[in-house]
Every structure is written in C-alpha cells, then in structure tokens.
Design a protein around this ligand. Structure first.
Ligand code: DGL
Length: 270
C-alpha cells in the first residue's frame, strides 16, 4: 500500500460491540479514516443459523465495501468471524482482519489450568472454536459458556437502560467452575462484553484474568497497513442497517467512542 497517506478502515459488527475494537484502533492509529458499521437490523447474530449468518454478513459487508472502498475491513464480531471470514476473503481482494476467541493466550496465562470462554451461543457451537481448544488448549480444562443475553444487556446499558446485577450475574456464573481447582482466566469472546468489563469484575465470585483481544486485533490491522501518517482526529461516521435514530443516551455513548451516526442512507434497512 505504498504511496498512500490516509488509509480507510471499516470496522463491522452486528451491533455496538465492535466499538471496543474500534477504540483500540483509534488509540493505536489516529491517522486512519475509520468507518463503523453495525448490522443492528440483524442483531443478535448469536442466534442466527450458520447459512443465514454467512449470507447476511456477505450481503451487508459486500454492500459496504462497494460503497466505502476501504483499504481494510475488521470484522469486529466473533460470531461472524468464526464462520464468514473464508467467504469474505474469497470474494474481495482487500485484507480482512477477524476477531476469534483468544483461547491461546488465555491457556498460556492460566495457572490453575481452568479457562472459560464466554461467547454467544453461535461462537460456542462453532467447529472453529473447538479447533482452537484442540490446538491451543495446552492441557487446560476449557469450559465453553454460551450467553443468550449478555450482548443485549451491554447494548441496553449503552442506550441508558438500567441493567440489573442479577441479570449480569446469571450470564457469567457458569464461567466460574471449581472442581478443586478454580477458573482463573476468562476469554471475552464476544466484542460486546468488554463494554461491561467494570461490572463483570465487580460481580465475579472471585477475581480472574479477563482476556480481551481488542488491542491485539488493532495491532494486527495496523501491521497490514502502511506506516502511520499524520493524526486525522476526525470523527468516526457510523452506519446502522436498521435506519433507527439513536436515542440521546446512545448518542452520548457513541460520542464517548468518537463516533457519530452518518447522515446518509448508504445502508437501507435489510
Ligand atoms: N459482537 C458479537 C461477537 O463478537 C456478537 C453479538 C451478537 O450476538 O450479535 O460475537
């Protein structure tokens, strides 16, 4: 990519979870032109059947790539990455960086050899996730926990809604196993979950290491682009497939990530 000074990067998720990856890219590469896109009309992806998910992601990302012509796309969604990356890479010539469960670093760090993977039901079901455990489990007992509600609870909190501790606790409790040795490391294998990290820490029955791969993803994306140029400091424009107007609380949350909804009908509701 020599000769270009401003690279544009599309960060894509089913909803607002990708903001946790966007935040790390912004920190590492303030020179990039970043565009955020959420397929909120299809949220949550965790409940979609495999074929439906691949078709949907290929259609929505395909349309975005045609209109925006980014230099690189980050699929900031484990549920989509663990299934749809091969199709996207086969269809487009630009690089795609995915987000997949950080099982290897978690198993390397665990001292008790008890690791849990907190993810959507879709990510938990994937062959891809099983293969990561087989190849990188390193003798650890890995507990897969498919959470039905945590991504939606994280979205509700960003929209300013009250999310009860009991609701969060019910989703994370199965991660804490004790068979004489206790779980000491939990992989946040859905990009939504780091949005709630403070509350996860507060509600954990005992302290654990929470693994969020967002910084590593930002480094990987940066390594595929040319050297950093001058900081852009531009606001990130965000596209939502629902076409819904964000409420005032969500607008404030988005502003906190340096994001504002785009005034464009680039994405008509799907
Ligand atoms: N943020 C997505 C992920 O990383 C999942 C949320 C959803 O179910 O759509 O898996």
């Amino acid at each position: 990519m020599a000769g270009k000074t401003i690279y544009s990067v599309l960060v894509f998720d089913s909803g607002l979870g990708g903001l946790t990856v966007l935040r790390e890219i912004e920190r590492l590469r303030p020179d990039l032109r970043l565009i955020y896109a959420a397929d909120d009309a299809g949220f949550p992806y965790g409940r979609l059947a495999n074929d439906a998910l691949v078709q949907r992601v290929a259609a929505v990302v395909g349309r975005l790539v045609e209109k925006i012509e980014p230099d690189l796309v980050v699929i900031a969604c484990n549920t989509a990455s663990t299934l749809a990356l091969p199709v996207l890479r086969a269809r487009f010539s630009i690089p795609f960086v995915g987000t997949v469960p950080a099982i290897k670093p978690a198993c390397e760090r665990s001292k008790t050899k008890r690791v849990s993977v907190l993810a959507t039901p879709g990510t938990v079901r994937r062959d891809y996730t099983q293969a990561l455990i087989r190849d990188f489990g390193g003798g650890c007992k890995v507990t897969l926990v498919g959470s039905e509600r945590l991504a939606s609870l994280a979205e509700a909190a960003l929209r300013g809604e009250e999310v009860s501790s009991a609701d969060i606790r019910a989703e994370i409790e199965p991660c804490f196993a004790d068979d004489g040795a206790r779980t000491d490391t939990i992989v946040l294998a859905c990009t939504h979950y780091p949005l709630m990290l403070d509350r996860l820490i507060e509600l954990a029955p005992w302290p654990v290491i929470w693994i969020d791969p967002a910084e590593a993803i930002a480094r990987r994306a940066s390594s595929l682009l040319g050297a950093p140029g001058e900081p852009e400091n531009a606001q990130v424009e965000a596209y939502f497939t629902s076409g819904d107007e964000p409420n005032p609380a969500l607008l404030r949350s988005l502003a906190h990530f340096g994001v504002k909804p785009a005034k464009s009908d680039l994405l008509v509701p799907v």
